[in-house]
Design a protein around this ligand. Structure first.
Ligand code: HEC
Ligand code: HEC
Length: 216
Protein backbone atom coordinates (compact mmCIF):
# COMPACT_ATOMS: atom_id res chain seq x y z
CA UNK A 1 0.00 0.00 0.00
CA UNK A 2 1.52 3.28 -1.07
CA UNK A 3 -0.84 5.71 0.49
CA UNK A 4 1.95 7.54 2.29
CA UNK A 5 3.81 7.98 -0.97
CA UNK A 6 0.63 9.26 -2.53
CA UNK A 7 0.21 11.76 0.26
CA UNK A 8 3.51 13.27 -0.69
CA UNK A 9 2.77 13.62 -4.36
CA UNK A 10 -0.81 14.74 -4.26
CA UNK A 11 -1.72 18.36 -4.53
CA UNK A 12 -4.84 18.09 -2.42
CA UNK A 13 -8.43 18.54 -3.42
CA UNK A 14 -8.47 21.01 -6.25
CA UNK A 15 -10.32 24.15 -5.55
CA UNK A 16 -9.21 27.61 -6.38
CA UNK A 17 -10.44 31.05 -7.09
CA UNK A 18 -12.75 31.68 -10.00
CA UNK A 19 -14.30 34.68 -11.57
CA UNK A 20 -17.77 34.99 -10.11
CA UNK A 21 -18.67 35.97 -6.60
CA UNK A 22 -21.14 34.46 -4.14
CA UNK A 23 -22.24 36.86 -1.49
CA UNK A 24 -24.59 35.48 1.13
CA UNK A 25 -23.67 33.38 4.09
CA UNK A 26 -26.23 30.86 2.84
CA UNK A 27 -24.12 30.59 -0.28
CA UNK A 28 -21.04 29.98 1.83
CA UNK A 29 -22.80 26.99 3.38
CA UNK A 30 -24.03 25.85 -0.02
CA UNK A 31 -20.52 26.03 -1.43
CA UNK A 32 -19.34 24.09 1.61
CA UNK A 33 -21.86 21.37 1.00
CA UNK A 34 -20.63 20.95 -2.59
CA UNK A 35 -17.01 20.89 -1.49
CA UNK A 36 -17.86 18.38 1.25
CA UNK A 37 -19.25 15.79 -1.16
CA UNK A 38 -15.89 14.09 -0.89
CA UNK A 39 -16.17 13.84 2.93
CA UNK A 40 -19.33 11.78 2.63
CA UNK A 41 -17.37 8.84 1.23
CA UNK A 42 -16.18 8.31 4.80
CA UNK A 43 -18.46 10.32 7.11
CA UNK A 44 -22.18 10.45 7.83
CA UNK A 45 -23.46 13.90 8.73
CA UNK A 46 -27.09 13.33 9.76
CA UNK A 47 -28.33 13.51 13.39
CA UNK A 48 -28.67 9.73 13.54
CA UNK A 49 -25.37 9.18 11.70
CA UNK A 50 -23.22 6.23 12.61
CA UNK A 51 -19.51 5.54 12.22
CA UNK A 52 -18.54 4.26 8.76
CA UNK A 53 -14.91 4.67 7.72
CA UNK A 54 -14.75 7.78 9.88
CA UNK A 55 -16.83 8.94 12.86
CA UNK A 56 -20.17 10.70 12.20
CA UNK A 57 -19.78 14.47 12.05
CA UNK A 58 -23.16 15.62 13.39
CA UNK A 59 -22.52 17.71 16.51
CA UNK A 60 -18.81 18.15 15.77
CA UNK A 61 -18.98 21.74 17.07
CA UNK A 62 -19.79 20.54 20.55
CA UNK A 63 -17.34 17.68 20.59
CA UNK A 64 -13.90 17.25 22.01
CA UNK A 65 -11.37 15.98 19.49
CA UNK A 66 -11.54 12.18 19.06
CA UNK A 67 -14.46 11.71 21.44
CA UNK A 68 -17.29 10.00 19.53
CA UNK A 69 -18.22 7.09 21.83
CA UNK A 70 -17.00 3.72 20.64
CA UNK A 71 -15.09 4.94 17.56
CA UNK A 72 -11.60 3.46 17.16
CA UNK A 73 -9.53 6.63 16.77
CA UNK A 74 -5.83 6.58 16.00
CA UNK A 75 -3.42 7.36 18.84
CA UNK A 76 -2.37 10.36 16.77
CA UNK A 77 -5.80 11.97 16.95
CA UNK A 78 -6.39 10.90 20.56
CA UNK A 79 -3.17 12.69 21.49
CA UNK A 80 -4.71 16.06 20.43
CA UNK A 81 -6.40 18.02 23.19
CA UNK A 82 -9.28 20.47 23.10
CA UNK A 83 -12.42 20.63 21.04
CA UNK A 84 -13.04 21.33 17.38
CA UNK A 85 -13.32 24.97 16.38
CA UNK A 86 -12.61 26.99 13.23
CA UNK A 87 -8.88 27.06 13.82
CA UNK A 88 -8.37 23.38 14.62
CA UNK A 89 -10.66 22.25 11.80
CA UNK A 90 -8.90 24.55 9.36
CA UNK A 91 -5.52 23.11 10.30
CA UNK A 92 -6.77 19.51 10.25
CA UNK A 93 -8.56 19.79 6.91
CA UNK A 94 -5.63 21.57 5.25
CA UNK A 95 -3.46 18.54 5.92
CA UNK A 96 -4.72 15.80 8.23
CA UNK A 97 -1.32 14.13 8.37
CA UNK A 98 0.46 17.35 9.36
CA UNK A 99 -2.07 18.18 12.08
CA UNK A 100 -1.96 14.65 13.51
CA UNK A 101 0.94 12.65 12.05
CA UNK A 102 -0.22 9.04 11.87
CA UNK A 103 -3.93 9.86 11.64
CA UNK A 104 -6.20 7.25 10.07
CA UNK A 105 -7.89 9.92 7.99
CA UNK A 106 -6.22 9.02 4.70
CA UNK A 107 -7.20 12.13 2.83
CA UNK A 108 -4.86 14.49 1.02
CA UNK A 109 -6.46 17.61 2.46
CA UNK A 110 -8.26 20.63 1.05
CA UNK A 111 -5.69 23.03 -0.33
CA UNK A 112 -7.79 26.12 -0.91
CA UNK A 113 -8.41 28.19 2.26
CA UNK A 114 -11.77 29.45 0.96
CA UNK A 115 -12.92 25.91 0.25
CA UNK A 116 -11.99 24.97 3.83
CA UNK A 117 -13.83 28.00 5.17
CA UNK A 118 -16.95 26.97 3.25
CA UNK A 119 -16.72 23.37 4.46
CA UNK A 120 -16.32 24.53 8.06
CA UNK A 121 -19.27 26.94 7.74
CA UNK A 122 -21.31 24.00 6.43
CA UNK A 123 -20.15 21.75 9.28
CA UNK A 124 -21.35 24.42 11.72
CA UNK A 125 -24.91 23.79 10.53
CA UNK A 126 -24.61 20.08 11.33
CA UNK A 127 -25.32 20.55 15.01
CA UNK A 128 -28.39 20.54 17.28
CA UNK A 129 -27.39 24.11 18.06
CA UNK A 130 -25.54 25.40 14.99
CA UNK A 131 -22.16 26.90 15.80
CA UNK A 132 -21.25 30.46 14.98
CA UNK A 133 -18.34 29.54 12.71
CA UNK A 134 -17.55 32.12 10.07
CA UNK A 135 -21.00 33.65 10.60
CA UNK A 136 -19.73 37.09 9.65
CA UNK A 137 -18.00 35.84 6.52
CA UNK A 138 -20.01 35.98 3.37
CA UNK A 139 -18.28 36.05 0.05
CA UNK A 140 -16.09 33.21 -1.07
CA UNK A 141 -15.19 32.30 -4.59
CA UNK A 142 -14.48 28.63 -4.98
CA UNK A 143 -14.41 26.49 -8.07
CA UNK A 144 -16.37 23.27 -8.01
CA UNK A 145 -14.44 20.13 -7.04
CA UNK A 146 -12.33 18.86 -9.88
CA UNK A 147 -12.44 22.12 -11.84
CA UNK A 148 -9.11 22.84 -13.43
CA UNK A 149 -8.09 19.17 -13.27
CA UNK A 150 -10.95 17.16 -14.76
CA UNK A 151 -12.52 17.83 -18.15
CA UNK A 152 -15.78 19.69 -17.45
CA UNK A 153 -19.03 17.94 -18.31
CA UNK A 154 -22.28 17.00 -16.55
CA UNK A 155 -20.64 14.20 -14.58
CA UNK A 156 -17.47 15.98 -13.54
CA UNK A 157 -18.75 16.70 -10.03
CA UNK A 158 -19.76 13.08 -9.51
CA UNK A 159 -16.35 11.83 -10.61
CA UNK A 160 -14.57 14.43 -8.49
CA UNK A 161 -16.55 13.46 -5.40
CA UNK A 162 -16.11 9.73 -6.03
CA UNK A 163 -12.42 9.75 -6.85
CA UNK A 164 -10.71 12.46 -4.76
CA UNK A 165 -11.27 11.09 -1.26
CA UNK A 166 -8.11 8.95 -1.17
CA UNK A 167 -5.79 10.45 -3.73
CA UNK A 168 -5.38 13.41 -6.02
CA UNK A 169 -7.42 13.59 -9.21
CA UNK A 170 -4.08 14.00 -10.99
CA UNK A 171 -3.65 10.26 -10.56
CA UNK A 172 -6.87 9.78 -12.52
CA UNK A 173 -6.19 12.18 -15.39
CA UNK A 174 -2.77 10.80 -16.19
CA UNK A 175 -4.35 7.49 -17.26
CA UNK A 176 -5.71 6.52 -20.67
CA UNK A 177 -7.78 3.35 -20.48
CA UNK A 178 -10.61 1.64 -22.32
CA UNK A 179 -14.00 1.51 -20.60
CA UNK A 180 -13.36 -2.12 -19.79
CA UNK A 181 -10.01 -1.39 -18.19
CA UNK A 182 -11.49 1.51 -16.22
CA UNK A 183 -14.12 -0.93 -14.98
CA UNK A 184 -11.36 -3.29 -13.83
CA UNK A 185 -9.50 -0.40 -12.16
CA UNK A 186 -12.65 0.54 -10.26
CA UNK A 187 -13.23 -3.07 -9.28
CA UNK A 188 -9.67 -3.18 -7.94
CA UNK A 189 -10.25 0.08 -6.04
CA UNK A 190 -13.29 -1.50 -4.36
CA UNK A 191 -11.80 -4.96 -3.72
CA UNK A 192 -8.29 -3.93 -2.69
CA UNK A 193 -8.30 -0.25 -1.74
CA UNK A 194 -11.40 0.02 0.39
CA UNK A 195 -13.51 2.15 -1.94
CA UNK A 196 -17.27 1.84 -1.37
CA UNK A 197 -18.96 0.48 -4.50
CA UNK A 198 -20.86 3.19 -6.39
CA UNK A 199 -24.59 2.88 -7.07
CA UNK A 200 -25.00 1.06 -10.43
CA UNK A 201 -26.28 4.21 -12.14
CA UNK A 202 -23.39 6.33 -10.84
CA UNK A 203 -20.91 3.56 -11.66
CA UNK A 204 -21.99 3.66 -15.29
CA UNK A 205 -21.83 7.47 -15.43
CA UNK A 206 -18.33 7.46 -13.94
CA UNK A 207 -17.16 4.80 -16.42
CA UNK A 208 -18.59 6.66 -19.41
CA UNK A 209 -16.96 9.88 -18.20
CA UNK A 210 -13.57 8.24 -17.70
CA UNK A 211 -13.62 6.32 -20.99
CA UNK A 212 -14.75 9.43 -22.89
CA UNK A 213 -12.15 11.83 -21.52
CA UNK A 214 -9.39 9.48 -20.42
CA UNK A 215 -9.82 6.69 -22.94
CA UNK A 216 -7.18 4.68 -24.76
C1 HEC B 1 -10.97 8.33 3.15
C2 HEC B 1 -11.85 8.54 4.29
C3 HEC B 1 -12.06 9.94 4.81
C4 HEC B 1 -12.36 11.08 4.10
C5 HEC B 1 -12.48 11.24 2.60
C6 HEC B 1 -12.55 12.12 5.09
N1 HEC B 1 -12.37 11.63 6.35
FE1 HEC B 1 -12.52 12.68 8.09
N2 HEC B 1 -11.94 11.04 9.15
C7 HEC B 1 -11.70 9.79 8.62
C8 HEC B 1 -11.19 8.92 9.65
C9 HEC B 1 -10.79 7.45 9.49
C10 HEC B 1 -11.15 9.69 10.84
C11 HEC B 1 -10.57 9.27 12.20
C12 HEC B 1 -9.11 9.68 12.17
C13 HEC B 1 -8.23 9.14 13.27
O1 HEC B 1 -8.72 8.44 14.16
O2 HEC B 1 -7.02 9.43 13.20
C14 HEC B 1 -11.63 11.02 10.48
C15 HEC B 1 -11.77 12.08 11.38
C16 HEC B 1 -12.35 13.29 11.09
C17 HEC B 1 -12.64 14.33 12.04
C18 HEC B 1 -12.40 14.26 13.55
C19 HEC B 1 -13.67 13.72 14.19
C20 HEC B 1 -13.62 13.57 15.69
O3 HEC B 1 -14.55 12.92 16.21
O4 HEC B 1 -12.70 14.07 16.34
C21 HEC B 1 -13.21 15.36 11.36
C22 HEC B 1 -13.69 16.69 11.93
C23 HEC B 1 -13.25 14.97 9.97
N3 HEC B 1 -12.71 13.72 9.83
C24 HEC B 1 -13.75 15.77 8.95
C25 HEC B 1 -13.67 15.45 7.59
C26 HEC B 1 -14.08 16.35 6.53
C27 HEC B 1 -14.72 17.71 6.74
C28 HEC B 1 -13.79 15.71 5.35
C29 HEC B 1 -13.92 16.23 3.94
C30 HEC B 1 -13.25 17.48 3.64
C31 HEC B 1 -13.23 14.40 5.69
N4 HEC B 1 -13.18 14.30 7.05
C32 HEC B 1 -12.86 13.44 4.77
C33 HEC B 1 -11.87 9.42 7.29
C34 HEC B 1 -12.08 10.29 6.23
C1 HEC C 1 -11.01 4.37 -0.85
C2 HEC C 1 -9.89 4.99 -1.47
C3 HEC C 1 -9.91 5.21 -2.98
C4 HEC C 1 -10.93 5.75 -3.75
C5 HEC C 1 -12.27 6.28 -3.30
C6 HEC C 1 -10.42 5.77 -5.11
N1 HEC C 1 -9.15 5.27 -5.15
FE1 HEC C 1 -7.96 5.14 -6.80
N2 HEC C 1 -6.46 4.37 -5.66
C7 HEC C 1 -6.50 4.18 -4.29
C8 HEC C 1 -5.19 3.78 -3.82
C9 HEC C 1 -4.82 3.48 -2.38
C10 HEC C 1 -4.36 3.75 -4.95
C11 HEC C 1 -2.87 3.45 -5.02
C12 HEC C 1 -2.63 2.00 -4.92
C13 HEC C 1 -1.17 1.66 -5.06
O1 HEC C 1 -0.36 2.52 -5.43
O2 HEC C 1 -0.87 0.52 -4.82
C14 HEC C 1 -5.19 4.13 -6.09
C15 HEC C 1 -4.71 4.20 -7.41
C16 HEC C 1 -5.46 4.64 -8.48
C17 HEC C 1 -4.99 4.70 -9.86
C18 HEC C 1 -3.61 4.33 -10.32
C19 HEC C 1 -3.65 2.89 -10.69
C20 HEC C 1 -2.31 2.41 -11.18
O3 HEC C 1 -2.34 1.43 -11.92
O4 HEC C 1 -1.28 3.00 -10.81
C21 HEC C 1 -6.02 5.15 -10.62
C22 HEC C 1 -6.03 5.36 -12.12
C23 HEC C 1 -7.14 5.38 -9.73
N3 HEC C 1 -6.77 5.06 -8.44
C24 HEC C 1 -8.37 5.83 -10.14
C25 HEC C 1 -9.45 6.03 -9.31
C26 HEC C 1 -10.74 6.47 -9.78
C27 HEC C 1 -11.11 6.74 -11.22
C28 HEC C 1 -11.54 6.59 -8.67
C29 HEC C 1 -12.99 7.00 -8.60
C30 HEC C 1 -13.91 6.23 -9.39
C31 HEC C 1 -10.73 6.21 -7.51
N4 HEC C 1 -9.47 5.89 -7.94
C32 HEC C 1 -11.17 6.21 -6.19
C33 HEC C 1 -7.60 4.37 -3.48
C34 HEC C 1 -8.80 4.90 -3.87
Amino acid sequence: MQVSKLRLVVAGVAASICAFSISASESLVETGEQQAAVCKACHQVTPDGIAIVGPPLWGIAERNIASFPGFGYSDALKAQSGSWDEASLDAFLASPSTFAPGTNMVFPGVENPDARKAIIAWLATKNDIPANWYASESAVEVKPLGDGILVPDDNMALVAASCSSCHSLHLVVQQGLSKESWDETLEWMVDEQGMDPLEPEDHEKVLVYLATHYGD
